[in-house]
Design a protein around this ligand. Structure first.
Ligand code: ZN
Ligand code: ZN
Length: 333
């Protein structure tokens, strides 16, 4: 099979040929139909996350068809369409796993990082961490639901019942959160890169009440802000934008350093929290909610071999919605 592989020393992904392995007990062998390109992939490729010793195949927003089920797999049969998210394995025994917080598991393994991911024609996954997918989405349209959607959902939940929500960084996750937040009757304020007129227009199209530059204050105080942009300087900016009692949710896996800020912008019971990974419950909740909204994803598709180009476009902020790799013609949106 063809795969896009990251060398442990870094550099662009390389096209490689790998053997297709048989599924072990509990695993499914999957033919990848589409795989989303997430900002976390960029952090892995760019070395913002610790580099691992072995070559990795990125990709953790996998839409795939089950080809073969290993021993003991009950829930998926060959031919079933499944989604594979970032959370690929947890120990089930640590304090976090035993208290409903498997997203924080001390020995969690993540798809497309510790485990080979979906930038490939085939992959293996632990069937206990795969999701059935809602009807009505093409593989390319469903792919962004699996991380941008799940993490966005977890971030929106962390914002509590905030009515006025600011979103910093209007990419794949934000364009899904915007639709869910509007569906829930909340008001949305979009902060985009200074001067990025097309991102502002995209946010307004998706129902934002206001869209402006990330270095400008919102027209009224907010109840919560969610940061998808990996820019630490936005944390104090967001604290200044939220009213007393407001929450600032940092939703990315990596962020540049947060500059020092005066205590007075945190005082008044403002909170800064982070959202890490996902639980399988997040996945079940969000994948049930998405078709009810209904969430419509905007995707830009690339063939597998052009993964580096998709990553470069994401790095430059030149993707509207989500970038998705598609493996063959019938999988295209
Ligand atoms: Zn654990
Ligand atoms: Zn992701």
């Amino acid at each position: 099979m063809r795969a896009m592989q990251l060398d442990p020393r870094g550099g662009p992904l390389q096209v490689v040929l790998r053997d297709i392995r048989k599924p072990a007990s509990g695993e499914v062998l999957l033919r990848v139909l589409a795989c989303g390109v997430c900002r976390t992939d960029l952090h892995i490729v760019d070395g913002d996350l610790p580099r691992l010793a072995t070559p990795a195949i990125p990709g953790h927003e996998i839409v795939a068809e089950v080809i073969e089920a290993g021993a003991g797999v009950e829930q998926f049969r060959p031919g079933a369409r499944v989604g594979v998210p970032w959370l690929g394995w947890t120990c089930g025994a640590c304090g976090y796993c035993r208290s409903g917080r498997e997203n924080l598991c001390d020995s969690a393994r993540f798809t497309g990082y510790h485990l080979d991911g979906g930038y490939a024609e085939f992959t293996l996954a632990d069937s206990s961490y795969c999701f059935p997918l809602p009807e009505g989405y093409s593989p390319a349209e469903a792919a962004p639901l699996l991380c941008a959607g799940l993490i966005g959902h977890r971030a929106l939940s962390a914002a509590g019942d905030a009515q006025r929500i600011g979103i910093y960084g209007f990419g794949a996750a934000a364009h899904i959160v915007a639709q869910v937040a509007r569906h829930q009757g909340r008001r949305l304020f979009a902060f985009t890169r200074p001067g990025d007129a097309s991102a502002r227009r995209f946010a307004l199209e998706l129902g934002a009440a206001w869209a402006g530059d990330s270095d400008a204050p919102p027209p009224e105080p907010l109840d919560a802000a969610i940061l998808f942009a990996p820019v630490g300087a936005l944390v104090p900016a967001a604290l200044r934008a939220v009213a007393k009692g407001g929450t600032v949710v940092c939703a990315g896996i990596h962020m540049s350093d947060i500059p020092a800020f005066p205590y007075e912008i945190l005082w008044g019971e403002r909170r800064v929290v982070s959202v890490a990974n996902l639980t399988r419950r997040d996945g079940e909740e969000f994948l049930a909610l998405a078709p009810k909204v209904p969430v419509k994803t905007r995707v830009e598709t690339f063939p597998l071999e052009r993964a580096n180009e998709a990553l470069a476009r994401l790095r430059e902020g030149r993707i509207e919605g989500a970038a998705v790799l598609v493996m063959d013609r019938e999988a295209r949106a």
